[in-house]
Design a protein around this ligand. Sequence first.
Ligand code: S3P
Length: 167
Amino acid sequence: MKNIILCGFMGSGKTALGRMLSERKKLRFFDTDEIIVEKMRMPIADIFAKYGEEHFRSLETETIKEFAGSENCVISLGGGLAANERNHPYLKEAGIIVLLECNIEETLRRISGDKTRPLTTDGSEDIIKRYNFRKPIYETVADAVVDSSGTAEETYKKLLSALEELK
Ligand code: S3P
């Protein structure tokens, strides 16, 4: 089975849903942020502070490239990975891409003030700008879009039907 890739903005539920899907369907789970943190042996906020955002973005590109040719994995992406068009060809090679789309009000509720994410210390106006800028870019690469504004169980059901339709 092709890999299933979950993309979307911060707080859209990529990691939580990815874990649920992999556990329930007995697939291997990967999270690009976790891969990078392990590789660099430091939290993302420290990678940004020490090496800069551009370096983190290159690590993301390297990470997704490595999935080409693999199968039976669920891969949750960091929010910026699919927002970067240079990664789109690698994403297409890595698997089926599902966009989790959470409305902006709920997104702000979920992520505002989160100190573990370097980009959420910006005020909500900046978060909204980034959200609106990225939305159409995510949509161009996605094979399916799933509304993830509700509970994890609600989103899980929607995700399963989207995957069914893609078969
Ligand atoms: C980022 C999202 C984060 C993480 C980093 C940058 C972004 O991942 O990769 O803080 O640019 O949207 P999550 O979407 O898992 O929070």
